[in-house]
Design a protein around this ligand. Sequence first.
Ligand code: AMP
Ligand code: MG
Length: 365
Amino acid sequence: MTWFNIQNIRKFVMLWLIICFTGSINLFAQARPDTNELHHFRLLAFGTYIEVMISGGSKKRAHQARNLVSQKFKAMHHQWHSTHDSAVSRLNRLLPSNTWVALPPVVRELLIRSKEISILSQHKFNPAIGKLVNIWGFNNALKPRSKPPLASTIDTHTRQQARMSDVQIQGGRIRSTNPAVQLDFGAIAKGYAIDQVVRLLQKQGFKNLIINAGGDLKAIGRRPGRAWRIAVRDPSKQSRVIAGIKIINEEAVFTSGDYERYFIHKGTRYHHIIDPATGYPAQHTRSVTIIHKNATLADAAATALFIAGPKNWADTAKKMGIRYVMLIDNKGIIHLSRAMQNRIQLLGKKRQRTQVRELNSQHSR
Ligand code: AMP
Ligand code: MG
């Protein structure tokens, strides 16, 4: 999971861009119990600023929502972090023992869902590679790396082939048949958390809102008078907006990009999305944006399709039941699924460098 660092300041700037893009909001207007009111608040969790906008209802209701959202996000971040003392890191210490151990209830559903999605992605999304993620050090804000780990270290870890299919769950117990398995939910936790929080707010009667965690977001309903509109950043210049997307009813939009956490060594960019097959940061892709009703799946799929790359993304998308995809490759070519092409509004000259693929899958939503 991300930590608060310089990258997050960039994200924060971008967030404001996104908010501006969603319309001219007078944030400083006096709140009235007006159904057209747009309430806005911000908190820090999952190493990023989380922006919430609620359309309609009273200021008091928005305040209740704020408390709920804040509590829920902070608790989840605390439970799932893999590098600090958390339910996940305690579990990671027990997993190499190859014996059945207690599965903390706060991790259970996230783990089961991660396992299902990992298998669908053919292990491209693979939260069992926590060891590899650790040696690359992108999640360690206190000790950032400036050069890659030794090739022999990477090879040793990669050959151990840690996978979610090595993890067995039986009632309240868990064990790993592969001692190399270490869990890292950095590629899915934010999406899962957003789904949880949106569901909670829906249960409380909120119908029109958006939760935006550093550009990854889920929206339901509408903003006053019109649909929510989302901006997608340009991976080659994050302060620039590359495309706009209009949200329909309930949708999440998630992007994985090579600009989020990286270092440059001898002219090569090493970033935080690791191809489990090679042990190195996935090549050929700059960013992947996914739209899906389910934020958990959108988050994991953005990571998986990033690894699949410009040649294989369509196949992985079909296997994962994903219909809306935009992948920008390292040559600047924009690969779109047909459904995404019909949804996305590309800005500037970007339209000229697109390749569109039909994704005919019965399972795609
Ligand atoms: P995202 O930005 O959602 O693509 O997630 C990237 C984060 O997920 C990284 O910082 C790692 O913590 C973790 N990660 C990196 N590579 C993978 C992978 N292949 N499968 C699952 N998680 C990964
Ligand atoms: Mg992800």
